[in-house]
Design a protein. Structure first.
Length: 355
C-alpha cells in the first residue's frame, strides 16, 4: 500500500463522535428513528432502505463507494435472495446490484455475508458462509474473479494491503486462513481446536491479525513471526474486534454480556469493561477521537464509548436489530435487519458529524 493510500485510509476512518458533537442529517433519505433526537438537537440520523437481508458493509476510498452484502434465508431454509450491493455513501442509494456466483458442483448461490475491500487490487472480498468459501469480485464491474473453498462456515474477511494478504475466519473449525490478494492462493492456515473465530482486525504495521473467539471468550492473535497463536482473554461472547490507532489495544464487542472490553495487548489482559447495550454485536474505532462505536442488536442502539475513561459518552437509537457498524469517509455506517423499509427492506443508516 502506498503512503498516499495509507494517509487516505486514515482520513477516511476519521469520524468524531465526541460528547456534545452534533450528528448531522444530510441528503434526501433522512428518517428520524425511534428514540433519536430531531436534527439540530444533538443527535440525528440519515437512513435509507437498501435491500432485505443486510449483513455487513465496507468502504472503498478508491471508488468512493460502500459495498454491502445481503442474503435472505435462515438455515435450514435455502437462500432465497442474495446480492452484493454498491451504494453511494452520500445519498445512501444503491448504484449497482450484483448477483453472487453459483457453486458449479451444487448449483447453489454462493450467498454473501461478510465483506471487505482491497483498494490496491480494486477488488471486494466476501464470505460465502453457507458455501464454506470466500469469493473475490472486481470493484470495476462486479465480475466474479475467484471462489476459494475450504473456509468452514466463513464469517469475516479483513485485508492487509501492505502485505498483499486477505484473512478469513472459519467459525466452523476454529481456523484463520490467509490468501494472497493478487494471486488468490492460500498462504497460511492456523487452527485453534475448539475455537469459534468470528470478527477480524489486522495491524498493518506489524502484520498481526486478531480474531474474536466467540466460543472461547478470548482473542486469537496470529503474528507473522510466531509459530503458534497467542490466546488473550476478553469479555463474554465476543463477536467483533477492532484495534486502536497505535495497535496496542484491542476492543471486543461482547454479545453475551452486552459490553465493550478494552484489552491491553502487551499485557494480554482486559483493563476495562464498559456496558454498551444488550446484544453487542459489532465494534469499530474512530481513530481521530479514539472512541469505540458499538452496535447493540437487541437494544437497537449505537453506543459511543471512551475507552480511556471506560465510559459511554453517547447513545444513538437505530432501527430494530442493527447488525454491523463500519467507520469511513467521515461517518459511521450501520446496517440493520429491521425490515422497516417500504417494501420490507433493511436500512442503511449513516451517523455523520458536523465539522
Amino acid at each position: 500500500m502506498t503512503a498516499s493510500t495509507h494517509r487516505a485510509r486514515i482520513i477516511a476512518t476519521a469520524v468524531s463522535l465526541a460528547a456534545g458533537s452534533a450528528l448531522a442529517s444530510t441528503g434526501t433519505a433522512s428518517a428520524a428513528l425511534p428514540g433519536a433526537a430531531p436534527a439540530g438537537a444533538g443527535s440525528a440520523v440519515t437512513s435509507a432502505p437498501l435491500a432485505p437481508g443486510l449483513y455487513q458493509s465496507a468502504y472503498s476510498e478508491r471508488n468512493d463507494a460502500l459495498w454491502v452484502a445481503s442474503s435472505v434465508g435462515q438455515p435450514p431454509a435455502p437462500v432465497t435472495e442474495s446480492r452484493l450491493l454498491r451504494a453511494d455513501p452520500d445519498t445512501l442509494r444503491v448504484e449497482k446490484s450484483y448477483a453472487p456466483a453459483v457453486n458449479a458442483a451444487t448449483g447453489a448461490v454462493q450467498s454473501v455475508y461478510g465483506v471487505a475491500v482491497d483498494d490496491e487490487h480494486n477488488t471486494v472480498w466476501t464470505t460465502n458462509t453457507r458455501d464454506n468459501s470466500v469469493s473475490v469480485y472486481s470493484q470495476r464491474g462486479g465480475k466474479h474473479l475467484a471462489t476459494l473453498p475450504g473456509v468452514n462456515h466463513a464469517r469475516e474477511v479483513v485485508v492487509d494491503e501492505r502485505r498483499d494478504l486477505v484473512w478469513a475466519s472459519a467459525f466452523g473449525d476454529g481456523t484463520l486462513v490467509a490468501f494472497d490478494s493478487g494471486t488468490f492462493k492460500e498462504k497460511r492456515r492456523v487452527t485453534v481446536p475448539g475455537a469459534g473465530p468470528t470478527g477480524l482486525a489486522v495491524n498493518e504495521r506489524t502484520g498481526s491479525v486478531y480474531a474474536a473467539d466467540h466460543t472461547g471468550d478470548r482473542i486469537i492473535e496470529v503474528s507473522l513471526d510466531a509459530k503458534s497463536p497467542r490466546l488473550i482473554p476478553t469479555g463474554d461472547g465476543p463477536l467483533s474486534v477492532a484495534l486502536s490507532k497505535n495497535g496496542r489495544t484491542a476492543y471486543t464487542g461482547d454479545q453475551t454480556s452486552g459490553t465493550v472490553s478494552v484489552v491491553d495487548l502487551r499485557k494480554g489482559a482486559v483493563t476495562r469493561s464498559v456496558a454498551s447495550g444488550e446484544g453487542t454485536k459489532s465494534v469499530a474505532v474512530d481513530h481521530r477521537s479514539g472512541h469505540v462505536l458499538a452496535v447493540n442488536r437487541l437494544s437497537a442502539t449505537v453506543t459511543v464509548v471512551d475507552p480511556r475513561k471506560g465510559a459511554v459518552v453517547k447513545t444513538v437509537a437505530t432501527a430494530a436489530l442493527p447488525n454491523h457498524v463500519h467507520v469511513a469517509d467521515g461517518a459511521a455506517y450501520v446496517v440493520d435487519k429491521s425490515g422497516s423499509g417500504p417494501a420490507g427492506e433493511d436500512l442503511l443508516t449513516r451517523l455523520r458529524v458536523r465539522r
